[in-house]
Design a protein around this ligand. Structure first.
Ligand SMILES: [Zn+2]
Ligand SMILES: [Zn+2]
Length: 160
């Protein structure tokens, strides 16, 4: 494994560049644990994709270098969905009472994904698989949770 197998920082932003950010990972960041996917209706519609790939980081690790077009939409009170008001990119999901937030992996820059895509996006945790599309998104590697992966209602659908 090369010394840069794990990035210290990565950069990303929206399609038009109105929002740009940098993530500085804590030295003990657990990349495997940070990666997940969600198939709930909100994430699906927000992303315009059947599966939303996210990577969770501490809120303090995110720095905006441009945010003139940054907007927040609340499909659920207290939970912000950050997006670009100019081009529409879905940038992050943030339950504001928590000190971590989930970044859309697809908004990381192309060179970041080419180099660290597997590390940042190969998820072992898949949530809201009760809404999986049979034959398309219902056979993911890892743990497929019906809804959330934590809490008393957590229900595992499959594990591989
Ligand atoms: Zn934009
Ligand atoms: Zn979701």
């Amino acid at each position: 494994m090369s010394t840069d197998a794990k990035p210290r920082t990565v950069e990303g932003g929206c399609l038009c560049g109105g929002v740009r950010y940098k993530i500085t990972f804590p030295s003990n960041h657990d990349f495997a644990k940070g990666s997940a996917t969600c198939q709930c209706e909100q994430c699906r519609k927000n992303a315009g994709a059947l599966i939303w790939h996210e990577h969770t980081v501490p809120t303090s690790s995110l720095t905006f270098t441009a945010q003139g077009t940054l907007r927040r939409y609340y499909a659920t009170p207290g939970t912000a969905r950050g997006f670009c008001g100019a081009c529409g990119s879905f940038l992050f999901w943030h339950k504001e009472a928590k000190d971590s937030l989930s970044m859309s992996v697809g908004c990381l820059d192309k060179d970041v994904l080419a180099r660290y895509g597997e590390l940042l996006a190969r998820a072992a945790t898949h949530i809201w698989c009760a809404d999986a599309i049979p034959g398309v998104t219902d056979r993911l590697e890892g743990k497929m949770w019906a809804y959330d992966s934590e809490g008393q209602d957590a229900k595992l659908l499959s594990s591989s």
